[in-house]
Write a protein that binds this ligand. Structure first.
Ligand code: ZN
Length: 69
């Protein structure tokens, strides 16, 4: 899942094959936490359009920027 987080950080519109079924791609929904949360964090929801498998990655917003460099 860390690798997927890096791919999303590099390109939020990347098409990621579902690790569960391998037949579909993951829909990516990024949901920021409360704006005054310290440190700022976002939940990244990954939902397979084929089998419906769901994963959630929680990460610090600052980390996203570091990975994207
Ligand atoms: Zn799937």
């Amino acid at each position: 899942m860390i690798n997927i987080a890096k791919q999303i950080a590099a390109n939020p519109f990347v098409k990621i094959p579902c690790p569960n079924c391998g037949a579909g791609y993951l829909q990516i929904l990024i949901a920021p936490w409360k704006p005054n949360e310290e440190p700022p964090k976002v939940d990244v929801h990954l939902i397979c359009e084929h089998c419906g498998a769901r994963n959630t990655i929680t990460k610090e917003a600052e980390v996203v920027e570091k990975i994207a460099e």
